[in-house]
Design a binder for this molecule. Structure first.
Ligand code: F6P
Length: 328
């Protein structure tokens, strides 16, 4: 078989480890691998490179994706889609592995439904892909967030301040919730549970009354305070301004931004990526496609690509309650 592999959408640490594993498993079974550069854009333009074992040496520890990524608007248009199908034919690809988040996996589903045997691998720091307990990159991003929270707490304690720390996650509160729990946050604000600015202020004041002198508030970028218009997405800025304006507590804002997406992948992400890269190749060589390889408990499993549009179930409300219980 000639198998194409691409990374698409927001990059995440561990994508390189997944490519490496896929290439090495494929060559071990006598298959040929082709790397497609910059995701669906490269597929449309036929931008491909041969990948052998040596081409993927020295990348397991590197963040990002050495194939490059893109958020291709062209691939959402019929013209781009037809060009992509032609490129696949010209390159003689018998199957495709797509590594990415929800948008990228929706593209994988489209290819499968249009005659290209395709297998998806979930990779997104947001952990919002249906059917996989963890996506590649989540663990590394969480470790980065926790390291940042530890540093921020040092200065918050020195100055008796509150810090609003805005984290990524799009519409998902997973990074905020788990990062907040591991980082000992006083408050975690997520899109899944809207609360009002007044309630947040009251919570901080209650902490001060209980003898707390500082506060770490982790807010997901997708959080919108109850009672605010949906368009008010600058969640961190709005909240820190509110706490300052109302005299609740001296407050600083820290937006962690894209530093959450970079960095050397954790051991967990390297292991997960290696297992999923291997499983994806086995699917294709066994004649199975139209699925995403995924993590269920400790096991690698598969989920139909036609199901991944369902809402992810990785946000655990019990953990949300736990954060509040132990922040007292
Ligand atoms: O989906 C991953 C993610 O990092 C989100 O958390 C964030 O909202 C978005 O990508 C940022 O995308 P971009 O890098 O295109 O600005």
């Amino acid at each position: 078989m000639r198998i194409g592999i691409l990374t698409s959408g927001g990059d995440s640490p561990g994508m390189n480890a997944a490519i490496r594993a896929a290439v090495r498993c494929a060559t071990a079974h006598g298959q040929e691998m082709v790397g497609i550069r910059h995701g669906y854009l490269g597929l449309i333009n036929g931008d491909m490179i041969p990948l052998d074992n040596r081409a993927v040496g020295g990348i397991i520890e590197r963040g990002g994706t050495f194939l490059g990524s893109a958020r291709s608007k062209e691939f959402m248009e019929p013209d781009g889609q037809q060009r992509a199908l032609r490129s696949i034919e010209v390159a003689g690809l018998d199957g495709l592995i797509v590594i990415g988040g929800n948008g990228s996996l929706a593209g994988a589903r489209w290819l499968q439904e249009n005659g290209v045997p395709t297998v998806g691998i979930p990779a997104s720091i947001d952990n919002d892909v249906y059917g996989s307990a963890m996506a590649i990159g989540v663990d590394t991003a969480l470790n980065t967030v926790v390291e940042c929270l530890d540093r921020i707490r040092d200065t918050a304690i020195s100055h008796d301040r509150a810090f609003v720390v805005e984290v990524m996650g799009r519409e998902s509160g997973y990074i905020a919730l788990m990062g907040g729990l591991a980082g000992g946050a006083e408050l975690v604000l997520v899109p899944e549970f809207p609360v009002s600015l007044e309630q947040i202020s009251e919570h901080v004041l209650a902490g001060l009354r209980k003898g707390k002198h500082h506060s770490i508030i982790v807010v997901a970028e997708g959080f919108v305070a109850a009672g605010s218009p949906r368009a008010d997405k600058a969640s961190g800025r709005i909240l820190s301004d509110f706490l300052e304006r109302t005299g609740t507590i001296e407050t600083r804002l820290s937006i962690l931004g894209h530093l959450q997406r970079g960095g050397s992948p954790s051991a967990f992400d390297r292991i997960l990526a290696s297992r999923l890269g291997n499983a994806a190749v086995h699917m294709l060589t066994d004649g199975e496609s139209g699925v995403m390889v995924a993590l269920s408990g400790q096991e690698v499993t598969t989920v139909l690509l036609s199901e991944i549009a369902l809402p992810a179930k990785n946000f655990n409300p019990e953990i949300y309650d736990l954060v509040y219980e132990i922040a007292n």
